[in-house]
Design a protein around this ligand. Structure first.
Ligand code: COA
Length: 436
């Protein structure tokens, strides 16, 4: 093995490589190389470049490059809209590229987007000259492969995770040191409604199932209800703290997985320090390229693949909006469609969209039509199970009118009458004729 000798430079020195018009990729979620972001933003503030494109998936922490103040310095084109850039995307100072999570890597590998500079965080090198990208492999590995320059923050707080996360130091051009702890994600305790949703989902999850859980409040609520299940596996794009007690108690053991038997597979992570500690030097966790984790045809090979994702709104035909509130972008498609489709093709697989029946302001999330401007993430052709705190219904193979009846049966009782009226207006008197 030829191990590159490398020298450490300051963040300010490292980001001097960035020039006007460059495309810069940031590693995601907890693993944002914040000291490099700060140094890059400082240069932007001083007007040392203009129109630098910034790309990333979900990120935690401050994202000043997306703000109005730095509009000239940066063009922000994210692959997912997290809370830190949401207002700026909605106001138009920042932007979003709609793309399936599985294909975020293809934007770089397929040459749709150049990557001039990849800015990542890694753990210190091991004796074989390898570093780990820790909690962010996703599209970041593709960015590293295709970037003209890779700048890595070597940080002892980055967990040494395995799988595709391990890369040789020879892939890195510039090294910076930092020891800032990874940004933890915060979760609130599940509400009564979320616990009820968790119970309905748990009722659909069979022993031996392989789980994917999406983003939002629902996944943790579901996991709390799985304590008496057996032989569950994890093949997902992300996981958080909710899986840890289930691994400890042996509920999650990956025994039934056809691929990566016994291992938990993910592509990025979003959790507390406990999660980062859990994956450190843990051979039971493989942090893999998103081209692998989110490929529907890989996902479909896991028996009883069960995908649980949440949404913002559903119409009475089963069209699911998960990325925008009307015209206002709230998040992104993420891996929802990759997993919904993959799970629906798996032997004994199930795909579930789960959400509370109303918002915290009492608005029904089940609506006659999607709000004007809302985009369809999961189409009415792809949806199978749908769950609220009032129950679980399977829309697959059901007609439009049957779907309306099923969806209304799990809507909040306060909204059922108006939804029923809307269905009647749409389908006429035949709607009330229930087929035997
Ligand atoms: N009308 C108006 N407001 C609505 C609404 C609706 N139909 N549905 C939700 N909202 C509001 C909520 O009240 C809440 O407002 P607040 O922030 O002021 O409290 C906000 O939108 C977020 O809703 P909530 O239900 O709390 O979201 P969540 O954190 O549970 O996340 C999704 C739900 C859909 C946003 C999230 O799952 C997501 O981003 N999905 C994207 C795709 C995906 O599933 N990817 C897979 C993993 S990457």
């Amino acid at each position: 093995m030829t191990q590159k000798t490398y020298k450490i430079v300051s963040p300010q020195e490292a980001v001097k490589i960035i020039k006007s018009g460059d495309h810069v990729h940031l590693s995601s979620v907890a693993s944002v190389p914040q000291c490099l972001v700060d140094a890059m933003v400082e240069r932007g503030r001083r007007g040392e470049f203009s129109n630098v494109y910034v790309h990333h998936l979900h990120t935690e922490g401050p994202a000043p490059y997306a703000s109005a103040e730095l509009e000239k310095a940066f063009q922000h084109d994210a692959f997912f809209v997290g809370a830190n850039v949401r207002k700026d995307v909605q106001a138009g100072f920042a932007d979003y590229i709609p793309v399936m999570l599985s294909e975020t890597q293809k934007l770089y590998r397929g040459g749709y987007l150049p990557c001039d500079v990849a800015m990542i965080q890694v753990c210190p090198p091991d004796e074989h000259g390898y570093v780990s990208m820790g909690t962010s492999v996703d599209a970041t590995l593709a960015a590293v492969e295709t970037a003209k320059t890779v700048i890595a923050v070597v940080n002892p707080c980055v967990p040494r995770s395995f799988g595709d996360a391990l890369i040789p130091v020879s892939m890195i051009d510039v090294f910076v040191e930092d020891n800032t702890p990874l940004m933890p994600a915060h979760f609130t305790q599940p509400t009564t409604e979320e616990i009820a949703i968790g119970k309905h989902c748990a009722g659909l999850i069979e022993d031996g199932a392989c789980l994917q859980m999406g983003i939002g409040a629902i996944p943790n609520a579901v996991l709390t209800q799985l304590t008496t299940h057996q032989n569950l596996g994890i093949h997902t794009e992300m996981f958080a703290d909710g899986v840890l007690p289930l691994v400890e108690s042996g509920v999650i053991n990956g025994k039934n997985k056809k691929l990566d038997n016994g291992k938990m597979v993910s592509t990025f992570l979003m959790g507390s320090q406990k999660v980062y500690d859990f994956i450190h030097n843990n051979p039971r966790v493989a942090m893999m390229d998103v081209a692998y984790t989110n490929d529907p045809f890989i996902i479909a090979q896991q028996p009883k693949m069960t995908a649980i994702n949440s949404a913002l709104q559903i119409d009475i035909t089963g069209q699911v909006c998960a990325d925008s509130l009307g015209t206002k972008f709230f998040s992104g498609v993420g891996g929802q469609v990759d997993f919904i489709y993959g799970a629906s093709r798996s032997e004994g697989g199930k795909s579930i969209i789960a959400m509370p029946s109303t918002t915290n302001k009492g608005i029904s999330k089940i609506a006659p039509t999607l709000n004007l401007g809302a985009g369809v993430v999961t189409t009415r052709n792809h949806i199978h199970w749908f769950v609220t705190e009032f129950g679980a219904v399977n829309l697959y193979g059901k007609s439009l009118q049957e779907r309306a009846r099923l969806l209304i049966s799990v809507a909040h009782p306060d909204h059922r009458e108006e939804l029923d009226r809307a269905a009647f207006e749409r389908y006429g008197s035949h709607y009330h004729f229930v087929r035997k």
